[in-house]
Design a protein. Structure first.
Length: 177
């Protein structure tokens, strides 16, 4: 995917503006929305840079963090009451089904025939792992040597999410009884 430099600058500027709004906002909810916007833009940026696995991890961590922070800020359950808005629920489900079916029909035309591959990067990794890296295990060579920065990024995102959840869900004070 070829993206011009202006788009990169636009995404980065939007993330900077969202961060500034999140820091200087007087209301916690608007700060939370700005923080969510920055996280979603970061996920889109990872996708543009060609790291879809990190983009998916960022998206999942962002959604879970926003839900936990929203529950912590409001101090109540954040479930939706669908009894008063059945029309919107059916509309949402209809749009979701149409989107899914259009994605499936589109992917039918872009993927190769079953059993044939269009990805040849793996062949290069499997060929170079025993010769170049002198590794007995090709999987370890690929994860640690060829994709080392990617693995460190994923581990950092997951570790940060776990620490954030532990901090939010701990008991306050933890005094001796």
């Amino acid at each position: 995917m070829v993206v011009n430099i202006g788009f990169h600058i636009f995404i980065l500027l939007m993330m900077i503006i969202g961060s500034i709004v999140a820091v200087f906002s007087r209301k916690l909810i608007s700060s939370l929305v700005s923080l969510g916007t920055v996280g979603m833009l970061l996920s889109i940026y990872f996708l543009i840079l060609g790291a879809p696995d990190i983009a998916i991890t960022q998206l999942v961590v962002e959604i879970l963090t926003l839900i936990i922070l929203l529950c912590a800020i409001t101090g109540r359950d954040v479930t939706a009451d669908m009894t008063s808005s059945k029309v919107y629920a059916f509309l949402f489900i209809f749009i979701l089904i149409i989107s899914f079916l259009s994605f499936v029909s589109y992917s039918y035309f872009i993927f190769p025939e079953f059993g044939k591959t269009n990805m040849h990067v793996g062949e290069k990794y499997l060929y170079l792992a025993p010769t170049k890296l002198k590794s007995a295990n090709s999987v370890t060579a690929i994860v640690l040597d060829f994709r080392g920065y990617d693995t460190i990024g994923e581990a950092t995102v997951i570790f940060t999410a776990i620490v954030g959840v532990m901090v939010l869900l701990r008991k306050k004070g933890k005094k001796d009884e």
